[in-house]
Ligand binder design. Structure first.
Ligand SMILES: [Zn+2]
Length: 228
């Protein structure tokens, strides 16, 4: 059971399956794994539309910043007026909320390459990305770039699809696989890493000193806050 939506406080949810057979086969998912990844992407708050992935991410952001109200009530509030946010590719339904903040910057691939960003050192308080890292050829380099642009005490809050019962694997040498809509086959969005239970290791490899996990309806959705 999902409890409350971290974005809006809503308590009603609707579900629509989103995975398709070819992806399930390429990813080697069991029926049980298919079920929880489907919920991660396709179970949504009836009020604001956030899926469990976005809700976990909102929970991670709220927890790191110590927000007492729901994310939609906090974002745009003047108490966060000095907060500098870097959003890398639109973070689903959170994007319109994050962009209310005056110090918000949206950087999208390919203009912004996570592995080599143009932003100065220590220029953001919060870096947010959602289901992007699995598409980046060198995810540790990308996370170390997130670390570089964060101020001390700042956090990179992000999601990746995690299959909790296995270890991460590269798709090097395997047939290409894409997330997103069936039939999508742009090379830029092919999956490079399939994440497992050791996903947090890359955060520490990238130089972060602390990582906290926030889960919604475990194992459906897990978000990480990598703290500099
Ligand atoms: Zn909601």
């Amino acid at each position: 059971m999902t409890s409350l939506c971290e974005v809006c406080g809503g308590n009603e949810f609707r579900f629509e399956a989103v995975l398709w057979d070819e992806l399930v086969e390429a990813w080697g998912l069991s029926q049980e794994e298919r079920k929880y990844i489907d919920r991660q992407q396709g179970e949504c708050c009836s009020n604001c539309g956030a899926n469990l992935r976005s809700i976990a991410l909102a929970g991670s952001i709220r927890s790191h910043l110590g927000m007492s109200h729901w994310l939609k009530d906090e974002m745009g509030h003047r108490r966060w007026r000095k907060l500098k946010i870097l959003e890398l590719n639109e973070a689903g339904t959170l994007s319109p909320l994050l962009s209310q903040q005056a110090g918000h910057v949206l950087g999208c691939y390919p203009e912004v390459d996570m592995q080599a960003m143009d932003f100065p050192d220590e220029s953001f308080d919060l870096v947010v990305h959602s289901d992007t890292l699995e598409h980046v050829p060198d995810p540790v380099k990308a996370l170390s770039e997130c670390h570089r642009v964060l101020r001390p005490g700042g956090a990179c809050c992000f999601t990746i699809p995690i299959i909790i019962g296995r270890l991460s694997r590269r798709r090097d040498g395997l047939p290409p696989s894409w997330h997103g809509e069936p039939g999508t086959s742009q090379d830029d969005w092919s999956v490079q890493t399939e994440y497992g239970a050791d996903a947090w290791c890359q955060v520490l490899e990238a130089g972060f000193s602390k990582v906290t996990l926030t889960s919604v309806a475990f194992p459906c959705a897990v978000a990480m806050a990598a703290v500099r």
